[in-house]
Design a protein around this ligand. Structure first.
Ligand SMILES: [Fe+2]
Length: 582
């Protein structure tokens, strides 16, 4: 059975193809449109998945979309009848529904045929999230929990997953939302772009939670361990929030009410400098988020008494909180897939539909994150031929190398403090570069952060860079011993090690690690091992291969990024380009 899952007309539009319950390809539309978090119908992602699977659109048996407007209908109706929602708010939701109902038409436009030929199924938003984490977790039994802004009139769901799959057993409904709380504070702090929450998380360790008492008024946990918003500080429940999910970057209006400014002082405009007050508010918001998350998870642990947790939804992208779950709750093992947010809903919808239709349930349907497109060495060679004069005039030397030689030379370059673009194999699924579309650096260089920001990234100085570490060395460098293949958890680096790897040590002594095994990524493993042999340090600084844009997808985009920036070396497959003048 072939099922294509889609996250459409929502942030992080994406597509996934599952063949007999196994994920064959998964990709986010932003990589093709080159606009971060692109929302709309992910047609290029669908095309890419079909191409990787070697199938045509007519060979897809079913299409699964990660929303269902029929879900929670009575609740929605009740909410509107209570007069809690104003008519214009209802209208904006109706319009959104019209757009969402056109998935079939969009498929016809792209692939021909008639709408009836496309068997489109709608899987409720949070069930899709739960499935997106439970099935790939490989756990035979686990509590799956989904927490986000909103989807299908709810902001959280949970259920016990087992041999028969997963079903939601509880929900948190509109208008209460942990994701909306964090998004509102993110906007208040002047980070206005969709998906900017990670900036608040990065800023938090520079502050003290001095505003926790004030912020406690916004959000509380009730007797059933579920969070509740104090709605007077928010606008989303009774005023139209203009937002756009169509063909572009998602845009959101302010979610907080003027009362928040009365409570915390004036909000920060994006161009205004960051003051200590802002850092303290970020620290307080992160702390409150964590407190609510852990209270909720502890309540659920008491009820279900299982030690495995599979987490999903936009809030599961909070890697700082994720790294504390085992310590602060009863859950021992925590799984989070690389696309924990809405992109991942496409995968969950596909896997859940596959189960509902009696398909094979594969225990480990996604053994690694390298599910995007890959490119042949011939296509890389012809790209370099076509651009020969540009490469020469940039003063670059081009070498075609044997694999052993490539690894040795790149490890040398890294140990010599050079910044390396590392483009290999199939592109990563999810928000993080995991060693196939990465920019790498020496974690021992104290000034590597500034060098990277100066040469390439031009990003906020408070945002940390992350380490990739050989799995077997984790316990010697971090305070825990855990497998984190997708960079979804932040852990403390051992105190005596911090000075050795300043470029990947955040101000609070933490690092958002990626553990690398030979099974998951043999080439990247060999490169880190070669660096380890040379330096005694089994880690590399790993940041995404991009320059204020979505992560590069094609060799052409990697080459353009290399030529445009001041990156020292580029490894495009087995071809090494280096700026000889540097
Ligand atoms: Fe969601």
């Amino acid at each position: 059975m072939v099922v294509v899952g889609i996250n459409a007309f929502h942030g992080d539009a994406s597509a996934v193809i599952a063949v007999n319950g196994r994920i064959v390809a998964a990709v986010e539309e932003e990589r093709f449109t080159r606009i971060k978090h692109w929302a709309g119908m992910p047609i290029e992602s669908v095309r890419c998945c079909l191409e990787i699977a070697g199938l045509g659109a007519s060979e897809v048996n079913h299409w699964a979309v990660n929303n269902d407007n029929k879900a929670h209908r009575l609740r929605k109706l009740g909410y509107m009848l209570k007069g809690a929602a104003r008519p214009n708010l209802i209208m904006s939701r109706v319009r959104n529904r019209v757009k969402k109902s056109s998935v079939e038409q969009e498929l016809v436009k792209a692939f021909g045929g008639k709408t009836q030929q496309f068997s489109v199924h709608h899987i409720e938003h949070h069930l899709s999230h739960l499935a997106s984490t439970f099935y790939p977790s490989g756990f035979s039994k686990a509590l799956a929990v989904s927490i986000d802004g909103f989807g299908d009139f709810s902001s959280a769901a949970w259920g016990l997953g087992g041999d028969n799959g997963i079903e939601p057993e509880g929900y948190v409904y509109f208008p209460h939302s942990l994701g909306i709380f964090y998004q509102a504070v993110t906007q208040y702090l002047g980070f206005r772009d969709y998906g900017d929450e990670y900036k608040v998380m990065g800023l938090a360790p520079y502050g003290n939670p001095l505003y926790l008492d004030s912020l406690n008024q916004l959000l509380s946990v009730n007797s059933t361990s579920v969070y509740q918003l104090n709605l007077k500080y928010f606008r989303h429940h009774n005023q139209p929030i203009s937002f756009s999910w169509e063909r572009g970057r998602p845009v959101f209006d302010s979610l907080y009410s003027p009362l928040l400014e009365q409570l915390l002082g004036p909000s920060r405009l994006p161009e205004e400098p960051l003051e200590q007050r802002h850092r303290n508010i970020a620290a307080s918001a992160q702390k409150l988020f964590e407190n609510c998350l852990f209270s909720m998870l502890n309540g659920l642990y008491k009820k279900y008494k299982v030690s495995n947790l599979a987490l999903a939804g936009g809030c599961a992208m909070n890697s700082v909180a994720n790294g504390k779950i085992s310590e602060r709750t009863g859950f021992n093992r925590v799984y989070i897939q690389p696309a924990a947010g809405d992109a991942g809903g496409a995968m969950g919808a596909a896997l859940e539909l596959n189960r509902q239709l009696g398909g094979n349930i594969v225990r480990d349907p996604m053994p690694n994150a390298y599910l995007g497109p890959g490119f042949s060495s011939n296509s890389i060679k012809s790209l370099l031929n076509d651009n020969q004069s540009r490469i020469e005039s940039a003063g670059c030397r081009v070498r075609f190398l044997e694999l052993d030689d490539l690894i040795a030379k790149i490890a040398d370059a890294l140990a010599g403090g050079r910044v390396v673009g590392w483009f290999q194999g199939r592109m990563e699924w999810g928000a993080r570069a995991l060693g196939n579309r990465s920019i790498l650096g020496d974690p021992r260089c104290a000034d590597m952060q500034q060098i990277l920001n100066h040469k390439i990234k031009r990003r906020e100085s408070f945002r940390p860079f992350a380490p990739s570490i050989l799995r077997e060395h984790v316990s010697q460098w971090f305070e825990v011993d855990d497998e984190v293949p997708y960079m979804q958890k932040v852990y403390k680096i051992q105190r005596h090690r911090r000075a050795e790897i300043p470029a990947v040590t955040h101000v609070d002594g933490s690092g958002r690690l990626q553990t690398v095994t030979v099974k998951q990524n043999p080439l990247y493993f060999r490169l880190i091992e070669a660096f380890y042999q040379k330096t005694g340090v089994p880690l590399l600084l790993n940041t995404s291969f991009n320059e204020n844009e979505p992560i590069v997808c094609t060799p052409q985009e990697a080459l353009e990024c290399f030529l445009r920036t001041r990156m020292d070396v580029l490894a495009l497959g087995q071809v090494m380009l280096s700026r000889e003048s540097e």
